[in-house]
Design a protein around this ligand. Structure first.
Ligand SMILES: [Zn+2]
Length: 244
């Protein structure tokens, strides 16, 4: 599958050659999320520039404006997170005894996606606003700067690279959450499993996941939450039976 950036092509394989069992599904979901995010961030940039006015004034971006923007972004991301979590659950469940009601786990996935997406979008919009503050105040202080220049300086917040980072990271997170849900349900049924970290090889230079730091380790040794460990992380987990 061809991804938008040659240097970020998904490698969902460990150094030892183990493949991510969800790799193909993730490639499709990640691209779909990327496409949706690109469109929404592009729309958000249009919304922001229209609201800022000319000359741009940050005071025009009211809390109500940001609430509406957050709502639009949540509407794009939440269903994708929920669906990917369910796919992660289904694929993990294929390899273990199913001890739960599918409806229960579907509700839990929906609840997680609904809670998490709010924090995600709040954080994204805070970073967007921080860049806006910097760029707009520079615009105000620099005579002769055009709205076109302002727009291009805002690309780091609204452009394809940010959409890509969010798509990669949140696909990783949603599938990993699916594995965690299965682990929790099994735990309730008296089957104790641990999650084992699998480091995607495209992170072999990353000191957090790569260089053997996390690859192959059980969660008791991670000292952190599950994947993603950082933006653009494509690591995953597998469930492994613990002795009773
Ligand atoms: Zn990673």
């Amino acid at each position: 599958m061809r991804l938008p950036f040659g240097d970020t092509k998904a490698i969902r394989r460990t150094f030892f050659g183990e493949m991510d069992p969800d790799g193909d599904a993730k490639d499709v979901d990640e691209l779909r999320l990327l496409r949706l995010l690109k469109a929404r961030l592009n729309g958000q940039l249009d919304d922001v520039l229209a609201e800022l006015g000319d000359p741009p004034d940050l005071n025009n971006l009211s809390p109500e404006f940001w609430d509406t923007e957050a709502g639009k972004l949540i509407a794009v991301i939440r269903p994708e997170l929920e669906r990917m979590t369910m796919t992660g659950i289904a694929s993990a469940a294929a390899a273990v005894p199913v001890l739960w009601d599918e409806a229960v786990i579907a509700r839990e996935a929906a609840e997680w996606a609904g809670r998490y997406v709010y924090d995600l979008v709040t954080g994204l919009d805070a970073n967007t606003l921080a860049l806006l503050r910097t760029v707009v105040s520079r615009f105000v202080q620099t005579s002769g700067m055009t709205i076109g220049q302002l727009r291009s300086e805002l690309i780091p917040a609204f452009g394809e690279r940010r959409a890509q980072m969010i798509a990669v990271t949140e696909t990783t997170r949603a599938y990993a959450e699916g594995k965690r849900k299965v682990q929790e349900e099994l735990q309730r049924g008296g089957i104790h499993m641990t999650r084992i970290w699998r480091t995607a090889m495209d992170e072999r230079v990353c000191p957090i996941c790569g260089e053997g730091a996390l690859e192959g380790t059980p969660e008791s040794e991670w000292g952190r939450e599950g994947p993603p460990a950082h933006p653009n992380c494509r690591c995953w987990t597998v469930l492994s039976r613990l002795p009773d």
